[in-house]
Design a protein around this ligand. Structure first.
Ligand SMILES: Nc1ncnc2c1ncn2[C@@H]1O[C@H](COP(=O)(O)OP(=O)(O)OP(=O)(O)O)[C@@H](O)[C@H]1O
Ligand SMILES: [Mg+2]
Length: 332
C-alpha cells in the first residue's frame, strides 16, 4: 500500500498587492508574485526541507500553509479538508495539529510571562488536561528540550538565544502536533548552538513521529535534517528529491549552482550564475530561471517547464527543466 500524505499543498499561489503613494485609494500598482506555483506532499514522520535564496518565497509558503496569510489560489489539504477555504474560526480546530517555530523566538514569547505559564498556555487554549497534568507536562517538556526544572519560574529575557529557541520548540510541541513548520529556526544562532538545536529537533521529530517542514537558506543544515528536499527559486520549486539523491545526482542548473557555492568546493567545480535574482514583481516568462541559466534556449523563454518525475517510475526525483535528461552531461 502506498503511503498517504499527511499534508498536501497543491498549486499554491500567493500574490501581494503593492499600492501607490495614496494607499488602497490609488488602486493596485504592482503585484509581488511571492509564491507562483508550489506543490508539496508531506508524509508522516518525514522532514521536508525547503531551501532557496533570500526572497524566493519560502516564508510566504510556510505562512500561507498555516493560514497566517491568505492564499491567492491553490489548496492545502489536511485531514481531507482544504484549509485555505476555512474561516478563521474553523481553522482554529486545526491549530493544535499544525505548529510553527520561527527564527526569532524572542518576539513570539510574551516577555511578562514566566516560562511555566508560557508553556502551559497552549494546553489551556486547547483544553488539554487538568491543572496538575498540565504542569507535569510542562516539566517533562522542559526536560525533553534540555532545559531544567528551575527554568519554570524564569522570564524569557533571562535566557540565551539558544535556550529561547528550545522554549519555542517546547511550546510548539507540548500540544502533540502532527505537522511542524520551522522557518529558519537556527539561522540566528551560533554554529555550535545550531547543531544542538538541530539535534533536539531531529530527536523529537523521530520520537513524536512528526512531519516537519524545515525552511532554510543553509545547504548544510537542510542536508543534515531533511529526508527530502525541495529547491525554491522565485516562488516555484525547481527540483525535489530524497536528500542523498539530490546531492549525488543534482539535475537542475540552479540547484547545481546553489550547491557549488557551498564553501569547500574546488574552484573548478563551481558554477557561477550571471546576474541577480530577478524581482518577483516581474518574474520572467517561461522558465523563471532562464535569465540566469547558462543553458537556456528559446523554448525556456516561452514555455514554463513542469515539475516532472525523472528516471524510473517512483524515483521521487522531480525537476522543472525542459532539458533535465541532458543536465547530467552539463555538470560533468
Ligand atoms: N507582506 C508582504 N507584502 C509585500 N511583499 C511581500 C510580503 N511578504 C513577502 N513579500 C515579498 O515576497 C517575496 C518572498 O518573500 P519571503 O519572505 O517569502 O522570502 P524568503 O524565501 O522567506 O526569504 P528569506 O530567506 O530572506 O527569509 C519577497 O520578494 C518579499 O519582498
Ligand atoms: Mg524567510
Amino acid at each position: 500500500m502506498t503511503k498517504q500524505p499527511i499534508l498536501q499543498v497543491k498549486q499554491l499561489q500567493k500574490q501581494f498587492p503593492l499600492y501607490g503613494p495614496f494607499g488602497k485609494l490609488g488602486g493596485v500598482k504592482q503585484t509581488v508574485h511571492a509564491v507562483k506555483d508550489v506543490s508539496i506532499s508531506m508524509y508522516e514522520g518525514e522532514t521536508y526541507g525547503l531551501v532557496g535564496e533570500s526572497g524566493s518565497g519560502k516564508s510566504t509558503t510556510g505562512r500561507t500553509i498555516l493560514g497566517l496569510t491568505e492564499a491567492t489560489a491553490g489548496e492545502v489539504i489536511y485531514n481531507e479538508q482544504d484549509l485555505t477555504k476555512l474561516s478563521k474560526a474553523e481553522l482554529r480546530k486545526f491549530r493544535r495539529d499544525l505548529q510553527v517555530v520561527f527564527q526569532d523566538p524572542f518576539s513570539s514569547l510574551n516577555p511578562r510571562q514566566r516560562i511555566g505559564r508560557i508553556l502551559e498556555e497552549p494546553l489551556i487554549i486547547h483544553g488539554i488536561g487538568s491543572k496538575e497534568e498540565r504542569i507535569e507536562k510542562v516539566f517533562s517538556m522542559l526536560e525533553m528540550v534540555g532545559l531544567q526544572n528551575e527554568h519554570f519560574y524564569r522570564f524569557p529575557h533571562e535566557f540565551s538565544g539558544g535556550q529561547r529557541q528550545r522554549l519555542s520548540i517546547a511550546r510548539a510541541l507540548i500540544v502533540n502536533p502532527k505537522v511542524m513548520i520551522c522557518d529558519e529556526p537556527v539561522s540566528a544562532l551560533d554554529v555550535s548552538i545550531q547543531s544542538q538545536i538541530l539535534n533536539i529537533l531531529k530527536q523529537l521529530q523521530q520520537d513524536m513521529d512528526l512531519s516537519m517542514l524545515f525552511i532554510t537558506h543553509d545547504i548544510s543544515v537542510v542536508r543534515y535534517i531533511s529526508d527530502r528536499i525541495g529547491i525554491m527559486y522565485l516562488g516555484t520549486i525547481v527540483e525535489e528529491a530524497p536528500t542523498e539523491k539530490l546531492f549525488t545526482n543534482t539535475l537542475h542548473p540552479y540547484t547545481q549552482a546553489l550547491f557549488s557555492a557551498v564553501p569547500g568546493k574546488q574552484k573548478r567545480e563551481r558554477v557561477i550564475l550571471k546576474g541577480e535574482i530577478p524581482s518577483p514583481i516581474n518574474p520572467p516568462p517561461g522558465c523563471v530561471f532562464h535569465t540566469r541559466c547558462p543553458f537556456a534556449t528559446e523554448r525556456c523563454k516561452n514555455e514554463v517547464p513542469a515539475l516532472r518525475e525523472i528516471g524510473i517510475e517512483g524515483s521521487q526525483h522531480k525537476v522543472a527543466c525542459h532539458y533535465a535528461e541532458e543536465t547530467k552531461q552539463w555538470s560533468n
